[in-house]
Design a binder for this molecule. Structure first.
Ligand code: ADP
Ligand code: MG
Length: 756
C-alpha cells in the first residue's frame, strides 16, 4: 500500500482529436487524492500535511522555485570526476553477489550514445527497482572502469520509456519544479503528481482573468520593465507551465501571471474598500482660498520648501472635499512635517472647526504646544494642552472647553485625546506614528461627521507596504530638507576609541554645543511590577509612556551610565538625566533646560527618540547601539541634524555583535537617507516586524513576494484602481470569477460588506 505504483504513460487524447464528447476525465477537480491513479490512502494521508486533499488542491500547489539542471550527457561527453546526468534503459541487471554485507548489484544503462554501468554495494533491494527494460535518469559522478564509464551509487529516478527519448524537449535540460515537502513525501513523487494532475485538469481550470485584462497587464508589465514575451498566459497554459515548464520563457510568463493575479486580487479588494469608504463617510469640507493660504503661511518664520508647498497643496485640496482625508505624511527626520501639520490645523480653524494634534509622548506634546503658541502668539486661535501631568481640575476644565468649542486647537498625548468629546472636530493629526497598524479613530459625536486624518511618520514606509497595508491611505512625502542643514557624521566605534571620543565631545561642548548620550537598553522583557522605580507619575502618564516606548525602560542601566559619566567623564560639564519613568514635570523641566542651553550633556533613554527639537545639540553618543533597530537609530540621529552645525554621532556596541547586528550597523553608518534605510530594514527584517502580523489584515501571499515583486504590485494596483473606478462593484459579466475570488479571499478581512 505505501509504495507507489508507477503511473501509466500519459495518454490523454487532446479533445479536438476525438469526435463527439471529450473522453471523461480520469479524475475530477473534486476527486479526493486517495482515488487518484497510483495513490492509495497512506500517501494521500501524507499529502494532507501539505494541505492537499483534492485533485484541485494539487493543481494550485505551486512550486517554491525551479531548478535548471544541465541537460543529460552523451557517453562520449562524460568526463572523469565531473557530475553528469544520464538517461537510458536498463539492458542488463544482475545481483552479482548476494553475500550479506558484501552484496553487489550491477546494471547496464544504455541509450543511443552508448552504455554505462551502475553499481550498488550492500543494497540488494536495488535489484527490485532497477529491473530489465526500465528507463532511468541517473545522476552522479562517473569513473572510467576499464573501457566503461561507471556510476557508483548514483541518484536515479525511474521514468517512462517515452520520457527517456533523448529527442524529448525536456531531456534537453528539463526545468524541474521544487515543491515544499513534508516527511514521507519525496520531491519526485510530488513532481509526478503535479505533472499528472496538471495534464488532466489544467485544461478545464476556470479562467477568472479575461483576455482583455491579460493583454493589458502584459503591456503594462513590459512597460514597467518586467521580462515577459507576450500577454499574460491563460490559466490552462499557466498551470501546465508552472508545474512542467517547457522553457524558461514560458515559466517566467506563468509565474508572472500567478504573481500578478495574486496581487491584482488583493489590490481589487483594497480599491473596492477605498471606494466604498469614500462613498459612505462624510467629513466637513474646509476649502482653502489663496487668501487663507497666504494668511497662514505668513506666520511661519521661514520660507516653506518646495516639498512642503507641494504637500500642503495636496492636503488643502483634500480637506476641501466632503469625504475624509486619510493621508500619511512621511518625511525623514527633520524634513519639517510639523509645519505642514500646523498649516492643516489652521486651515481647519479658518473653517471654524477644531483640530487636534496627538503626540506619542508628553515631552513631544508639550514641545508642539510651545511651537503652536509661538506661531499663533498674536492671533485669536485658542490652544489647549491635554496630558497626563495636568491636575484633575485642569483636565476637567480643558475637556469642557473642548466640548463647548471654546478651544480651537487641542494638543495632547494620544492616550488622552482619543476618547474625548469634541465640539466640532475637523482634523485629527497624529504625529510620529511608527506602529503601522489599524489606526484608532477618535470618538464621534452622535450623528457627527468624520474628521480628516493626517498621520505623520518619520519611518518611511517601503513602497510595497504602502501599496498593500496602506491600500486605502494616500501618501504624501517630504523628501527635501530645509536648506542650511548641517550634515551628520556617523561613526561606528570600537571600544578603544572611548577616551578620544569623550575628548571630542568635551571640545564641542567647549565650543558651545550640547550633547546627547543614549544609554544602552537591556533586553525587551516586560517588567511585571511597576515598583522598580518609585518615580512614576500618575497612572495615565505611565501608561502613556509605556505605550510610546513599547518596552519598559531599564532605568538601572541609564542611571548607572548617568552616574558614571557625571562622576568621571564630564566632571566639569552640566550633566542631567532623562527617562520615561520620571515624573512628567521633572521630564518637562529637564527638556526645557536642555532646550534653553542650561544643560551640556543629556543622558537619556530613547525617550528623546521621537521628535525632540533642540538645534544646538549636535553631538550624540549611542551606547549599546547593537541593541537598537535601524528605524530607532535613524530617529535618534535625527535629533542632531536640526541646526546649521554639522552633527557627530558615535555608536558604541557592547558584547559581540551578531552578524545581523553588524549588517544593520554597517547600513546605518553608510546611509543617512531615511528612505533607503527603511528599504534596507524591510530587506533585513521582512515586513512582519514592521506591521505586526495580526494587524496587517491581509491574507498571506502564496506566490508573490512584496519585496521582490514591487514592480508587478505597482501595475496591479494601477489596473485595479482603474477597474474599480469604472465598475465599483465589479458587476461586469466577464469579471464575475475575479469578483468571486476577491470576495472569497478578502471579503471578510476587509469588510467588503458583500460577505463571502
Ligand atoms: P520633523 O519632520 O522631523 O517633524 P520638524 O517639523 O520638527 O521636523 O522640523 C525640523 C526643524 O526644521 C524645526 O526646527 C523647524 O522649525 C525647521 N523647519 C521646518 N521647515 C523649515 C523651512 N522650510 N525652513 C527652515 N526651517 C524649517
Ligand atoms: Mg516631528
Amino acid at each position: 500500500m505505501a509504495e507507489p505504483t508507477e503511473p501509466s504513460p500519459q495518454s490523454i487524447a487532446s479533445p479536438e482529436s476525438v469526435p463527439g464528447d471529450p473522453p471523461p476525465l480520469e479524475f475530477e477537480p473534486s476527486t479526493p487524492l486517495q482515488f487518484l491513479p497510483g495513490m492509495g490512502a497512506a500517501r494521500a494521508e501524507r499529502l494532507r500535511r501539505l494541505g492537499l486533499r483534492k485533485a484541485q488542491d494539487v493543481l494550485f500547489f505551486f512550486p517554491r522555485e525551479h531548478q535548471f539542471p544541465p541537460p543529460p550527457t552523451k557517453v562520449d561527453e562524460l568526463r572523469e570526476g565531473q557530475p553528469a546526468t544520464f538517461i537510458g534503459k536498463i539492458t542488463d541487471a544482475e545481483l552479482v553477489s548476494r553475500t550479506p554485507g558484501k552484496s553487489l548489484f550491477a546494471a547496464i544503462v544504455e541509450n543511443e550514445s552508448g552504455a554505462v554501468r551502475i553499481v550498488f554495494f550492500n543494497q540488494p533491494f536495488r535489484a527490485e527497482q532497477l529491473t530489465l527494460d526500465r528507463s532511468v535518469r541517473l545522476s552522479g559522478t562517473p569513473k572510467l572502469a576499464g573501457l566503461r564509464w561507471e556510476f557508483s551509487h548514483p541518484k536515479y529516478e525511474l521514468i517512462e520509456a517515452d520520457e527517456a527519448d533523448p529527442e524529448n524537449a525536456e531531456n534537453k535540460g528539463e526545468i524541474l519544479p521544487v515543491y515544499p515537502l513534508t516527511e514521507g513525501v519525496k520531491e519526485y513523487e510530488l513532481r509526478r503528481l503535479t505533472r499528472r494532475v496538471a495534464s488532466v485538469l489544467a485544461e478545464g481550470a476556470k479562467e477568472v482573468m479575461p483576455a482583455s485584462i491579460r493583454e493589458a497587464a502584459g503591456v503594462r508589465l513590459r512597460d514597467a520593465g518586467i521580462e515577459l514575451a507576450g500577454d499574460l498566459p491563460d490559466i490552462a497554459t499557466t498551470l501546465r507551465d508552472i508545474h512542467c515548464p517547457p522553457s524558461a520563457e514560458t515559466l517566467t510568463a506563468a509565474r508572472t501571471r500567478l504573481i500578478f493575479q495574486e496581487l491584482f486580487v488583493m489590490q481589487l479588494a483594497l480599491a473596492m474598500r477605498r471606494t466604498s469608504l469614500t462613498g459612505r463617510l462624510q467629513a466637513p469640507a474646509m476649502p482653502c482660498t489663496a487668501k487663507i493660504r497666504q494668511r497662514i503661511v505668513r506666520r511661519f518664520p521661514f520660507e516653506l520648501t518646495a516639498d512642503q508647498n507641494r504637500v500642503i497643496d495636496e492636503i488643502a485640496q483634500e480637506m476641501g472635499r466632503q469625504f475624509p482625508m486619510n493621508r500619511l505624511l512621511q518625511g525623514d527626520v527633520g524634513s519639517g512635517k510639523t509645519v505642514v501639520a500646523i498649516f492643516a490645523m489652521m486651515l481647519a480653524v479658518a473653517s471654524e472647526h477644531q483640530a487636534t494634534l496627538m503626540a506619542p509622548t508628553e515631552v513631544l506634546a508639550r514641545q508642539h504646544f510651545q511651537t503652536l503658541r509661538k506661531i499663533l502668539a498674536d492671533s485669536r486661535v485658542r490652544i489647549g494642552l491635554l496630558c497626563g501631568s495636568l491636575t484633575a481640575a485642569q483636565r476637567r476644565e480643558t475637556l469642557e472647553k473642548v466640548a463647548s468649542g471654546e478651544l480651537d486647537l487641542i494638543v495632547g498625548t494620544q492616550a488622552l485625546v482619543y476618547d474625548i468629546d469634541f465640539h466640532s472636530l475637523g482634523l485629527c493629526v497624529i504625529d510620529e506614528q511608527h506602529k503601522f497598524g489599524v489606526r484608532q479613530r477618535v470618538r464621534l459625536r452622535e450623528g457627527g461627521v468624520d474628521p480628516h486624518y493626517l498621520v505623520m511618520s518619520a519611518t518611511p514606509i517601503p513602497r510595497s507596504v504602502a501599496m498593500t497595508q496602506f491600500g486605502d491611505v494616500d501618501l504624501s512625502t517630504l523628501r527635501e530638507k530645509p536648506a542650511g542643514r548641517g550634515e551628520v557624521h556617523t561613526y561606528l566605534a570600537v571600544d578603544s576609541w572611548r577616551d578620544r571620543w569623550w575628548d571630542f565631545v568635551r571640545q564641542r561642548i567647549a565650543e558651545g554645543r550640547q550633547a546627547y548620550v543614549v544609554a544602552p537598553r537591556v533586553g525587551d522583557e516586560t517588567v511585571a511590577s511597576d515598583s522598580t522605580s518609585g518615580s512614576t507619575g500618575d497612572a495615565a502618564d505611565a501608561l502613556d509612556d509605556l505605550d510610546a516606548l513599547d518596552e519598559v525602560e531599564d532605568v538601572t542601566s541609564v542611571n548607572r551610565t548617568f552616574e558614571q559619566l557625571r562622576d568621571n567623564v564630564f566632571k566639569e560639564q552640566r550633566v542631567e538625566l532623562l527617562h520615561g519613568r520620571m515624573k512628567a514635570e521633572a521630564k518637562q523641566d529637564v527638556m526645557q533646560r536642555f532646550a534653553d542651553g542650561e544643560i551640556d550633556v543629556l543622558v537619556s533613554t530613547t525617550v528623546i527618540e521621537v521628535g525632540v527639537d533642540v538645534a544646538n545639540a549636535t553631538v550624540m553618543t549611542i551606547l549599546g547601539g547593537n541593541r537598537f533597530g535601524l528605524a530607532q537609530l535613524h530617529q535618534l540621529r535625527g535629533r542632531i541634524s536640526r541646526g546649521v552645525h554639522a552633527g557627530y554621532l558615535c555608536v558604541f556596541t557592547d558584547g559581540e555583535r551578531s552578524p545581523e547586528e553588524s549588517e544593520r550597523l554597517k547600513v546605518f553608518e553608510q546611509t543617512s537617507d531615511g528612505f533607503e534605510l527603511a528599504e534596507a530594514d524591510f530587506r533585513l527584517r521582512g515586513p512582519g516586524d514592521m506591521l505586526g502580523k495580526k494587524q496587517s489584515g491581509l491574507a498571506p501571499l502564496r506566490i508573490a513576494d512584496l519585496n521582490r515583486d514591487v514592480e508587478v504590485l505597482q501595475v496591479a494596483r494601477m489596473m485595479a484602481q482603474e477597474l474599480i473606478d469604472e465598475d465599483p462593484d465589479m458587476q461586469a459579466d466577464e469579471i464575475t470569477g475575479l469578483r468571486d475570488q476577491v470576495l472569497r479571499r478578502y471579503g471578510n478581512r476587509l469588510d467588503l460588506g458583500d460577505g463571502a
